[in-house]
Ligand binder design. Structure first.
Ligand code: ADP
Length: 496
């Protein structure tokens, strides 16, 4: 399954089916287009409502002027009686004749207003007078409000009022005022068409701009995917970090990717190194055992001295290999300590005292001094057996690397803020500055030739530093060649 996927990656450069870039530029353009249209439509509506507001008052005023004299009639309005109410001093037929309008003081007042036309209907809803169009359709009373209507392709505001006689209180006719919006709508249409053009040009520009911006954003991502493809296709090649200068979110992704890959690589290298170190370290004792067994086969049967020496060397080497295997197991266990271990607590003073009692039994030739500055009840966040193991590694090393007199070791316990510190100092052979940086590495042994006689695997301090790290602690060494060493580790106290 995985092989297939890797093969697929190796054979073709993968391209996303749905490109963010394409979607981004289309969305950008569409958004711009729709936004412009919405603005155009909204401005059109705003213009209309502004016109409506500014004309409404004058329409109502004109309506009152027109209706007031007509309310005097107590009979239904007709072409004939309308003449006297509108004070038309003429024999001419009442129609949209300009002369008629100008001779009427009522009408001439109102007719100066552009776009306004007036209509009067009898109570039978038949048109009896109009200033413009003879066939304007009747519309019932609009209740003092203007309404937007379409008439013969023209849009406009209409105000209609029933005329009720002040004498008889009967409806004698109807008056209508129509405000034609044609000049405004044609202007608005013209503006709207400009908007449409702007929207179209905007669409194309936004698409290009969106594409350009998108490319800028996604270019670093392409670099990361390119690097991923390379890693998948050639996992054995050295990882080259992605170079991205930008400090934004994509830059952060690249940073995380680089550090993640560096970590993965580090662990892979560690793994490889571990295997090669182990095989290398095992080769020497196995070669020694092999040599002595051959020696035994050839001479040993007859020579008790060779037999004795070869057997004891072989036994020593085998116990060394055994120890090495145990320590390696211990390292691999420490790589991932179960949660319950990390949650365990221990009382350093109590555990140190116990460890020292055992130590003194085994190393009677050593003077061990405990300098304690920790109160009895202080607890640290560490499994007790690991704490004792840590102390023992340091104490055993102090013994191993203090071949000459004075054979004295000092163990100090003290509290330092949130931590408890334990240090083991000896007056042994000490460690050079260069070696101090390396002794925590697996299998590293300073002065190999000399240390071979002392014995050891080069794993103790590596185990110790792994363990301390797991418990969120720290370890350090101070040493002077020929004078002695102080190893100090600190572990967080239990949070109260
Ligand atoms: P080992 O002791 O089995 O060789 P360690 O990991 O415990 O492995 O130590 C690594 C190396 O660090 C040792 O080989 C030794 O050279 C050096 N070292 C450790 N502790 C001391 C010490 N107390 N004094 C001098 N050298 C030390």
């Amino acid at each position: 399954m995985i092989n297939k996927a890797v093969k697929a990656i190796r054979t073709k450069k993968s391209r996303p089916k749905k490109s963010i870039l394409r979607r981004w530029s289309i969305a950008n353009a569409a958004f711009f287009f729709v936004a412009i249209l919405i603005v155009a439509f909204a401005s059109f509506r705003i213009v209309l409502s502004t016109i409506d507001k500014s004309n409404k008052q004058s329409m109502i005023q004109s309506m009152n002027n027109l209706v007031t004299p007509l309310q005097e009639s107590d009979v239904p309005l007709s072409v004939k009686n309308l003449k006297s109410y509108l004070k038309i001093d003429s024999d001419l037929e009442i129609n949209k004749n300009e002369y008629v309008i100008q001779t009427s003081p009522v009408l001439s007042n109102m007719i100066g207003q552009k776009n306004l036309s007036f209509y009067i209907y009898g109570n039978n809803k038949k048109l009896i007078f109009s200033t413009l169009d003879k066939s304007f359709p009747f519309h019932r009373d609009t209740g003092g409000k203007t309404v937007l209507i379409n008439y013969k392709g023209s849009q406009g505001f209409l105000l209609s009022k029933a005329i009720s006689s002040v004498k008889s209180n009967q409806i004698v006719g109807y008056a209508l005022i129509f405000f034609n919006l044609d000049p405004f709508t044609s202007l608005a249409q013209e503006i709207f068409s400009y908007f449409v053009w702007i929207a179209l040009v905007g669409f194309v520009t936004a698409a290009f701009f969106g594409y350009w911006m998108g490319r800028r954003f996604t270019h670093p991502i392409s670099k990361i995917t390119g690097s991923m493809e390379k890693v998948a296709a050639h996992p054995d090649e050295k990882f080259v970090p992605v170079e991205i200068e930008q400090e934004d979110e994509v830059g952060q992704i690249a940073k995380f990717y680089n550090s993640m890959m560096n970590r993965v690589n580090y662990y892979i290298e560690q793994q490889k190194g571990f295997v090669s170190d182990v095989s290398h370290e095992l080769r020497t004792p196995l070669a020694v055992i092999d040599g002595h067994l051959k020696l035994l086969k050839r001479w040993g049967k007859d020579d008790p001295k060779v037999l004795e020496e070869s057997l004891s060397i072989s036994i020593d080497e085998i116990s060394n290999v055994k120890l090495m295997l145990e320590e390696m197991l211990s390292i691999s266990r420490l790589e991932n300590l179960p949660y319950e271990y990390l949650m365990k607590k221990c009382t350093p003073l109590k555990e140190t005292a116990n460890a020292l009692t055992n130590f003194k039994l085994l190393h009677k030739d050593f003077i061990v001094e405990l300098d304690n500055k920790v109160i009895v009840s202080t607890e640290i966040q560490m499994d007790p057996s690991h704490y004792v193991q840590a102390l023992n590694i340091l104490l055993e090393n102090a013994v191993k690397y203090s071949p000459d007199i004075p054979k004295s070791i000092k163990l100090t316990l003290r509290e330092s803020g949130k931590y408890v510190e334990a240090s083991v100092s000896d007056q042994g052979m000490g460690i050079s500055k260069e070696d101090q940086n390396l002794i925590f590495e697996r299998f590293y042994r300073a002065d190999r030739a000399r240390n071979r006689e002392i014995g050891g695997t080069g794993l103790g301090l590596s185990i110790l530093s792994k363990m301390i790290k797991q418990y969120q602690g720290e370890i350090k060494v101070e040493s002077k060649l020929g004078e002695g060493s102080i190893f100090t580790f600190k572990i967080p106290k239990v949070k109260s």
